[in-house]
Structure formats: C-alpha cells, structure tokens
Design a protein around this ligand. Sequence first.
Ligand SMILES: [Zn+2]
Ligand SMILES: [Zn+2]
Length: 136
Amino acid sequence: MTAKKCIFCGAKADLLCDHHLGWERMRGQMAKEAPNLVLLGSSHVPLRYRKVHTCDAPLCRACAVRDGCMNFRLRYLGSFSDTIDYCPGHDNFGTIAKEITGLEAEAFRSAWRKAANAARGIEVSTQVDLFGRVPI
Ligand SMILES: [Zn+2]
Ligand SMILES: [Zn+2]
C-alpha cells in the first residue's frame, strides 16, 4: 500500500481532517441494547448511540489548518495528545446536529476529495458519488 497523500498538494499526509459532517445512529447496538429507542426522532437519540462522521481527508502539515490540541488523560494508561486539524475551507468544527447516513458521509468525502483534486488540475475517478452533490 502506498502512503496516504494530502488531497490538496499531494505531499505525504499524516493528519486527517476533523471537520464534523454529522452523526449516525448506531442501529445495531441500539437494537440490541435499547430496541425501544431505535425509531426515536433525531433529536431524542442519546449521545452514546451517536457515531460521529468526520471529513477524514488526508492532509499534510503544511496544508492543514490547526485548531489546537486535545489532551487525553487516562487513569491507568498515562496521557497523550492529538491535534485538531481541518482542511483549508473546512476550518471550523462543522456540525454534529445533523443526522446523516454512512453513505451520505462517504458521498460527501468523495465529492470533497474530487473538488480538491480538481483544484489541483487532477482528474480522479471516484467510486462513490451517489448523489452528485457539490461539496459545501
Ligand atoms: Zn498538503
Ligand atoms: Zn475536511
């Protein structure tokens, strides 16, 4: 496998965009643990059953827009930190208010990468472009 490349410049990517696209209910887990909640309206689904989808675009350090650092402190495992990085143009948190499907998230990612590549003059065929949407 080749290393991931930054979608904006093609350099080696070692970051992923943390922009939130929305969330998806964990249907399988809900069906198992709380079948009465499966059909709830979006705003009533408890946080623990929400899987957040992020942009996840591979970015190099030069292109990424840094938004700070998350520190994790785990009682028995020590602590570590991770940076919060966004694509240029994705330089905000995004939304976690919107319920989306995994396919919608995938379609968004695909369209976003395609637009970034097109901006560099590279035509890339994408496998998932279900809705033909233009990224926001
Ligand atoms: Zn780059
Ligand atoms: Zn992004």
